[in-house]
Design a protein around this ligand. Structure first.
Ligand SMILES: Cc1cc2nc3c(=O)[nH]c(=O)nc-3n(C[C@H](O)[C@H](O)[C@H](O)COP(=O)(O)OP(=O)(O)OC[C@H]3O[C@@H](n4cnc5c(N)ncnc54)[C@H](O)[C@@H]3O)c2cc1C
Length: 502
């Protein structure tokens, strides 16, 4: 039996805690309340090949194709093969997935060759999963520490030794035989994001400071359809899967000209096409017309989105909805193997903080909840037999974010990342962003200060990765690479800055 500290209470942290808690002494630490993180906001659902007209092989094919040649076949095979039984465990745990004629109902999302996205509460899948897992956790033999912020990892030449926390009673060190990072993504790097405020990349930054390798950070997925309003609330891809159309400001459909799959083209293609049209329209949003779906089905299938839009004064059964792309998901992260092991002995990373390479250069819709589920279970099981870990000693990078000159505000980082390291990238814009980010410093005693320092550290790493990859691949699009699509070429540096609409 080992002492394990799990950091984060989304689907990844909760799954790992429930599983590891059966055999180890587990403490789960999270910086807000348990019900914080991206998981609760997931709308579309969770992809798993669970019906007779589907197969694990087809799911593998679709995932690798979306990843633009950078997906790791072994990791993808584990994801798709082990997903169905773990989704089955969620059903047994009591997640109220939607059903049709007694069978699990299945939605369709971009780049899936069949309907395979399982959902709950129509468009409230994440909330249903998150609340069910929290209920199970409260009954499990796991110590829970809410409002405790992971400030840093404690590590030495032998590997990870624990975590340093900032909690309600100040700084505290928790010792552990192993630490599992499940701290989620870093959407707050960008001015427009669908992610909640807690997505500040703390786990990635702490892992980098301890000497773990981060990879594929240039691959940031921008969701095509967030409401063009403050907070960029998401409008699920499943709405387009059900038949919604994208229209320009003149009411013309533009996706059929951009890609043979039109509105169901891969996410990055749709997001860039929208950005290009917005640039041509001087930054005005495009519109998502969901009326072809029919009012009854819209309200029944997407009750949460319907409520959210009504709160913004929009009745989407009667009018098109103004939308804009927004940063949504980080494909890169802390490099792990297929057991969730990082390069530092005893340090695991699972869920959005990790880079297992299942997503390659672009994530297939609804594969991230599945990734968190599969690899957190694998990491928890690995604890029982964690031998032969080939790891280098932990090191300590200089406090990168503390160097530099002018003290930076979070909003400045977000603006630079959106304009220079966003949907369309070129050397000039990236170098300008790098220069600004290098000239800034961040730091301080509060949790908010620490988060800003993490964002600055990560922004520099994302920008360096984007500069280093000189060709376009998946979600990383270099306008100056010479392989831009038709609608990409029209964007110049000036047009890039016209993209933000809200
Ligand atoms: C609006 C939206 C819709 C989405 N829809 C879907 C979908 O339909 N299907 C799908 O597959 N994926 C979807 N995604 C992506 C998916 O929700 C996430 O990738 C997934 O939930 C990540 O789970 P996680 O457990 O890794 O992280 P999270 O759920 O983000 O949890 C991270 C946890 O770590 C904690 N934490 C962070 N930093 C610290 C720190 N320093 N100290 C202590 N605790 C910390 C947070 O408080 C939180 O509890 C969506 C994402 C968003 C934002």
């Amino acid at each position: 039996m080992s002492d394990l500290v799990i950091v984060g209470s989304g689907i990844a942290g909760l799954t790992a805690a429930l599983r590891a808690g059966r055999r180890h002494r587990v403490t789960l630490v999270t910086k807000g309340p348990l019900l914080d993180g991206s998981t609760r906001y997931a709308q579309g659902g969770i992809a798993a090949a669970m019906s007779p007209d589907d197969s694990v092989e087809a799911h593998i094919r679709d995932t690798l194709r979306a990843g633009a040649g950078l997906g790791d076949p072994a990791a993808v095979a584990a994801l798709c093969a082990e997903g169905p039984s773990l989704v089955g465990e969620l059903v047994e745990l009591g997640v109220p997935f939607d059903r049709e004629d007694g069978e699990l109902a299945r939605g369709h999302e971009a780049a899936h060759s069949v309907r395979r996205v399982i959902h709950a509460g129509g468009d409230a899948t994440g909330l249903a999963i998150h609340t069910t897992l929290i209920t199970a956790l409260r009954a499990a033999p796991v110590r829970i520490l809410e409002h405790a912020f992971l400030d840093d990892l404690v590590a030495d030449g032998g590997g990870v030794r624990g975590v340093r926390l900032l909690g309600p009673n100040g700084a505290e060190v928790l010792s552990a035989d192993a630490v599992l990072l499940a701290t989620g993504g870093a959407g707050q790097l960008y001015r427009h994001t669908t992610n909640p405020p807690c997505a500040t990349g703390d786990g990635m930054a702490a892992a980098a400071r301890a000497g773990a390798r981060l990879r594929d950070l240039e691959f940031i997925q921008f969701h095509p359809t967030a409401l063009a309003a403050p907070g960029s609330p998401l409008i699920s891809e499943a709405v387009r899967g059900d038949g919604a159309r994208l229209l320009d400001a003149d009411g013309r459909r533009f996706m059929p000209d951009a890609h043979p799959d039109a509105e169901l083209a891969p996410r990055d293609v749709v997001a860039r096409a929208i950005a290009a049209v917005m640039a041509r329209q001087d930054g005005a949003p495009v519109y998502l017309d969901a009326r072809p779906i029919g009012a009854d089905r819209l309200v029944r299938r997407f009750p949460s989105i319907t409520r959210m839009l009504l709160a913004h004064g929009i009745d989407w059964t009667a009018e098109p909805v103004p939308v804009t792309p927004a940063a949504h998901y980080v494909m890169g992260g802390v490099a792990t193997d297929v057991r969730g092991r990082t390069g530092i002995r005893g340090l695991y990373a699972v869920g959005e903080v990790a880079c297992t390479r299942v997503h390659g250069a672009n994530r297939l819709a609804s594969n991230s909840l599945l990734e968190a589920l599969v690899f957190s279970a694998r990491a928890a099981d690995d604890l029982d037999t964690a031998v032969g870990w080939r790891a280098r000693p932990a090191g300590r990078l200089p406090e990168a974010a503390a160097d530099g000159g002018e003290r930076v505000a979070r909003e400045q980082i977000q603006k630079v990342m959106w304009n220079g390291v966003g949907l369309y990238r070129d050397r000039e814009g990236l170098e300008r962003a790098q220069e600004l980010l290098t000239g800034w410093r961040a730091g301080g005693a509060s949790v908010a200060d620490r988060e800003t320092a993490n964002l600055l550290q990560l922004a520099r790493l994302v920008t360096a990765a984007a500069l280093a990859r000189r060709t376009s691949r998946g979600a990383h699009f270099r306008v100056d690479a010479g392989n831009a699509e038709g609608f990409g070429r029209v964007l110049t540096g000036a047009a890039r800055t016209a993209v933000p609409a809200c």
